[in-house]
Design a protein around this ligand. Structure first.
Ligand code: SF4
Length: 60
């Protein structure tokens, strides 16, 4: 992963103190036709660190 990739998505398993620790990332448009703003992009490498079941219990 290139140095200096700062990320505020603390819920991602690759996030460590606002630094991305993934070997590489893929960033894509989110498909909602507003790619001209920051809201129009998303990190496709994101993986949620906690998964919950239908009862709201953390299963991972
Ligand atoms: S994989 Fe994407 S969302 Fe996760 S820490 Fe890295 S840049 Fe952020």
């Amino acid at each position: 992963m290139p140095n200096g990739v700062r990320c505020g998505v603390e819920e991602c398993i690759y996030n460590s103190d606002y630094a991305c620790t993934a070997e590489s990332i893929e960033v894509m448009s989110n498909g909602n036709d507003i790619v001209g703003t920051t809201k129009g992009t998303r990190c496709a490498t994101f993986e949620f660190e906690k998964h919950t079941n239908r009862h709201g219990e953390i299963v991972r």
